[in-house]
Design a protein around this ligand. Structure first.
Ligand SMILES: Cc1cc2nc3c(=O)[nH]c(=O)nc-3n(C[C@H](O)[C@H](O)[C@H](O)COP(=O)(O)OP(=O)(O)OC[C@H]3O[C@@H](n4cnc5c(N)ncnc54)[C@H](O)[C@@H]3O)c2cc1C
Length: 379
C-alpha cells in the first residue's frame, strides 16, 4: 500500500492551495518542491485576483492575512486608437472589480497556514520522473522514490514540449514587470492599454502601481538594460499621460506563451495551475483559473471518499472543469491575438470594439463578469 494518498509536486501558490483545501480530508498528503521551503515567498509577481477568488481565499482562511488593494475601476484603451471603455465596480453592486496582491505575500500566507495545519513540505527535492502502476504512482527523486495513490502535478511548467496532447502558441512576447510610484494617487483604478507590442497593465498596489509591460523578446532585452530613470521615461511615453510615474523599482522578465493540456488528468495524475495551462497574463486569469480548478479538485476528492486516484473520480474532475478551462483559455488567447498587432483595419475595428463595449451594456457586462467571476460570466 502506498505510503501517501496524495503527493503534490510543486509548493508554489497552486500546490499549496490544493493542500490547504484538503487539510481536513484525512488524506495522507505531502508536498515536494525543488526549491528550499519558503522560496515562493520571494516571487516578485503581482496578481490581480477576481472577486470570486477573494471568496475562495476567504473560505480557506487566507484572505484575512493578505494585504490586498481593491480595484474599483478598470480603464481599457488602445495606443493610437480612439476607443476606450471603463468598467466600474459600483455598476455591479460590489466593493471592487478585483484585488491586487503580491504573489510573495500570498505564498507566505499559504505556507504559514500549511505549517499551522501540520502538512509537510519537503523542500530542495526535485522530482525527476513518474511511473504509474495499477494501485499507485512512484515519484523518482535524486535519492529514492515516493509512492502515492494520486499525484497532483503543480510544478509550474508543462514538460514534454512537442508532445501531441499539448497545445502551444508562442506569442513572441516577454513581460517586464516592476513596481512604479505614481506622482498622483491611482484612485484604485487599473489600466489595461493595448499596444502593437502587446498589452501594458498598470495595477494599483498599495500606494504604488504594479506594471506588466509586454514587449518583443528583443525589446524586452533593451528595456531590461535601461537604468531606472531611462526606463521610467520609456514607460511613461508608452503609457501616455493618464497617470505620471515618479520612479520605478527593479525589473524582472517572463517569456509569455500559451501552453495547455486539453485533458488535465492522466492515470493517477492530475495537473493543476501552470502545469495544466500556462496563459498570457493579459487579463490576469492564470491563478484565478487555477484557484477554481483547485477548489473543484478538492471538492471532487472530498465527495469521492475512496481511492483518490480512481479513474472515475479524475474523469469527474476533468468534466466539471472543461467549460471554464476552455472558455478562459479562449478569452485570454483571443484578447492577445486581437490586440497585439498594428494592422490598420484591425486597429480601427478594435477602436470600434472598445467604443461598442462602452455603449453596449451586455458586452461590457460579459467582460466585467469574466474579470470578476471567471466561468460565471457565461449565461
Ligand atoms: C508577468 C505575469 C503576471 C501575472 N499576473 C497574473 C494576475 O494578475 N492574475 C492571475 O491570476 N495570474 C497571473 N499570472 C499567473 C500566475 O503567476 C500563475 O498562474 C501562478 O503563479 C502559477 O502558480 P503555480 O503554483 O502553478 O506555479 P509556480 O509558481 O511556478 O510554482 C511551481 C513550483 O514547483 C516547483 N517545481 C518545479 N519543478 C519541480 C520538480 N521537478 N520537482 C519538484 N518541484 C518542482 C518550483 O520550484 C515552484 O515552487 C501572471 C503570470 C505572469 C508571468
Amino acid at each position: 500500500m502506498a505510503e501517501h494518498d496524495l503527493l503534490i509536486v510543486g509548493a508554489g501558490p497552486v500546490g499549496m492551495t490544493l493542500a490547504l483545501a484538503l487539510k481536513d480530508s484525512g488524506l495522507r498528503m505531502q508536498l515536494v518542491d525543488a526549491r528550499p521551503r519558503g522560496a515562493a515567498r520571494h516571487d516578485p509577481r503581482v496578481l490581480a485576483l477576481s472577486h470570486g477568488s477573494r471568496l475562495t481565499l476567504e473560505r480557506l482562511g487566507i484572505w484575512q492575512h493578505l494585504p490586498a488593494t481593491p480595484i474599483e475601476t478598470i480603464h481599457i484603451s488602445q495606443q493610437g486608437g480612439l476607443g476606450r471603455s471603463l468598467l466600474k465596480a459600483a455598476d455591479y453592486g460590489l466593493p471592487a472589480m478585483g484585488y491586487v496582491v503580491a504573489a510573495g505575500q500570498l505564498a507566505a500566507a499559504l505556507d504559514d497556514a500549511l505549517a499551522a495545519a501540520g502538512i509537510p513540505i519537503q523542500g530542495s527535492t526535485t522530482v525527476t520522473g513518474l511511473a504509474t502502476g495499477a494501485d499507485s504512482v512512484s515519484l523518482s527523486l535524486a535519492d529514492g522514490t515516493l509512492e502515492a495513490r494520486l499525484v497532483a502535478c503543480a510544478e509550474g511548467s508543462i514538460q514534454g514540449e512537442g508532445a501531441p496532447e499539448l497545445v502551444e502558441r508562442d506569442y513572441a512576447q516577454h513581460a517586464v514587470i516592476s513596481v512604479a510610484t505614481p506622482v498622483e494617487g491611482h484612485a484604485h483604478r487599473a489600466w489595461e492599454r493595448f499596444t502593437p507590442q502587446g498589452p501594458l497593465a498598470v495595477l494599483p498596489c498599495g500606494s504604488d502601481c504594479a506594471i506588466v509591460h509586454t514587449a518583443s523578446p528583443a525589446d524586452a532585452d533593451a528595456l531590461m538594460d535601461l537604468d531606472d530613470e531611462a526606463y521610467r521615461a520609456r514607460l511613461q511615453a508608452h503609457f501616455g499621460e493618464r497617470l505620471h510615474f515618479a520612479s520605478v523599482g527593479p525589473r524582472a522578465r517572463y517569456p509569455l506563451l500559451l501552453r495547455y493540456r486539453p485533458d488535465p488528468t492522466g492515470p493517477r495524475t492530475v495537473w493543476l495551475g501552470n502545469a495544466a495551462q500556462t496563459l498570457h497574463p493579459v487579463a490576469g486569469q492564470g491563478y484565478n483559473l487555477a484557484l477554481r480548478d483547485v477548489w473543484t479538485c478538492a471538492q471532487v476528492l472530498l465527495r469521492s471518499g475512496g481511492d483518490p486516484g480512481d479513474p472515475a473520480t479524475l474523469a469527474r474532475y476533468a468534466a466539471e472543469r472543461r467549460l471554464d478551462r476552455q472558455g478562459t483559455i479562449r478569452f485570454t488567447d483571443g484578447l492577445v491575438r486581437l490586440f497585439s498587432n498594428a494592422i490598420a483595419p484591425l486597429a480601427h475595428a478594435r477602436g470600434a470594439g472598445l467604443f461598442a463595449l462602452d455603449l453596449l451594456p451586455p458586452a461590457r457586462h460579459f467582460v466585467a463578469k469574466r474579470m470578476m467571476f471567471g466561468a460565471r460570466a457565461w449565461p
